[in-house]
Design a protein around this ligand. Structure first.
Ligand SMILES: [Zn+2]
Length: 222
């Protein structure tokens, strides 16, 4: 990935080399032992501070500003699309931008969580309840957020063109979104290295580096 952040949910990426994701990033693990969960997840939170949006994030933000892109649907939880300036971002796996108190349901901003972690607190807590916080991301064993999925399907259905960027389009239910666009009469462009199940049905398939490809698109449209 251009920003150097392994996909939170993808086994086989560096993040998971020495750990079974089902044993740390599963909702049951969190419920049983928030401390065990945060021992793994805390490092990930802290490392995200160094990550910045790349040229692909910037290109999508520019296209939205120019009125050529309605919104971004992402499985990434790193909030880099928002940091790049994208406004309509549908995060179907949630985002680390906030954590939720499992006791009162209140939300706590990332800055607060980082402050707690950096001060040596192993498991960040809701300051009101003194109860463990859970990152507002979809863990293994959790349902996808209903509203985000509804928004994603609505956006896919009304799209004249869906541009699929850097995804193998194999993880359901998000992998079903291109089908929604096609069924509604829209077209697909795929910007991904390697094959996807939709290659034969896309009007455009770009195989180059996603940053270079998207920057070329922005330049051509500008
Ligand atoms: Zn609380």
């Amino acid at each position: 990935m251009p920003s150097g952040i392994p996909d939170f949910r993808s086994p086989g990426t560096g993040l998971w080399e020495n750990v079974n994701p089902m044993e740390v990033a599963h909702i049951d693990v969190f419920r049983r032992s928030p401390d065990k969960f945060w021992r793994f997840y805390g490092d990930r939170f802290c490392s995200l501070q160094d990550k910045v949006p790349n040229g692909a994030h910037a290109a999508l933000s520019e296209l939205e500003s120019a009125g050529m892109l309605r919104g971004v649907i992402t499985q990434n939880v790193d909030r880099l699309h928002r940091r790049a300036g994208s406004r309509n971002v549908i995060e179907v796996h949630g985002s680390i931008a906030r954590s939720v108190c499992m006791e009162c349901g209140g939300y706590v901003a990332l800055d607060d969580v980082l402050e707690q972690l950096e001060s040596g607190v192993g498991t960040p807590e809701c300051r009101a309840c003194v109860y463990p916080l859970k990152p507002d991301v979809v863990l293994f064993g959790e349902m996808l957020p209903e509203q985000a999925m509804a928004d994603a399907y609505a956006l896919a259905a009304e799209a004249d063109l869906m541009v699929c960027v850097g995804s193998s389009l194999e993880v359901f239910p998000v992998a079903s979104l291109p089908e929604v666009t096609l069924d509604a009469g829209g077209t697909l462009a795929i910007v991904t290295q390697g094959s996807t199940p939709y290659d034969d049905r896309a009007d455009v398939k770009l195989e180059g580096d996603v940053v270079a490809e998207l920057q070329s698109v922005v330049a051509a449209l500008g």
